[in-house]
Design a protein around this ligand. Sequence first.
Ligand SMILES: C=C(O[C@H]1C=C[C@H](C(=O)CCC(=O)O)[C@@H](C(=O)O)[C@@H]1O)C(=O)O
Length: 269
Amino acid sequence: MNHMLSIRGVTYAAVEFGSGESLLLLHGFTGSKAVFQPFREEWASHFRCIVPDLLGHGDSDAPLSPVRYGMAETLRDVLAILDTLEVKQTHVLGYSMGGRIALAFALTYPERVHRLVLEGASPGLRTDDGRTSRRASDEQLAQFIETEGVQAFVERWESIPLFASQRRLPEDVFLNQRAIRSQQRKEGLAGSLRGIGTGQQPSYWSRLHELRIPTLLVTGELDMKFTQINEQMAACMQDATHVVIQDAGHTPHIEKPSDFQRIVVEFLR
Ligand SMILES: C=C(O[C@H]1C=C[C@H](C(=O)CCC(=O)O)[C@@H](C(=O)O)[C@@H]1O)C(=O)O
């Protein structure tokens, strides 16, 4: 079922499929609801999946004001999406930026989250200096997107070291991800970076100990940066299991989809 949801003055596109316990799926920066399409058949047999396009992505609105993309606004939007679809409590799976949002949502509305899966996520940056520096680099990237366009950005984005392992992907998988990224709007990507980029969101490091929700942290063995971050996260959390998927980089759901799918279903079932 496809939805166009009027949420707090903006429109979110979402797809809903399957039956069972609810599972909210949150894509990453440059993604869309399409990134979870390969798992649809398997997950539909276990869960009622709800997959929104986050603001600035896919078929959802791309507000002019970066503030509207902010973490506080996005968390209220996610809550309103669940209320609109009459979901009282849900599993939440977030990838990368979607994982940052998923973690913040679980900390803000813990009563609404049953289990949490974070893939390649973080609680934000620990220091003001780190956030200031990241906001500056994200602003430069946003300006690059606005002046050079989405295709030039996608070529640049694909080439960052974090995604080096994706060069080994089967061509159809690599080209599908490229297509999803290439379909984004420059104003949406720029607004998302400025509004909810890693440097813009608050740090949740000091609150990780509060979380009592069973949490699965998933990172790829070749993604040393986020594997180290998630090791540190697990050490702060009361009920977190960190699984490192071998021979995968930042995006295990496309690099090792069978391993990823098995680990997620085993954790949520
Ligand atoms: C490059 C860094 O951070 C970015 C990496 C991943 C996040 C993401 O959502 C990318 C998804 C994708 O393209 O597959 C993104 C985010 O959390 O917004 C980060 O900006 C880095 O070195 O930290």
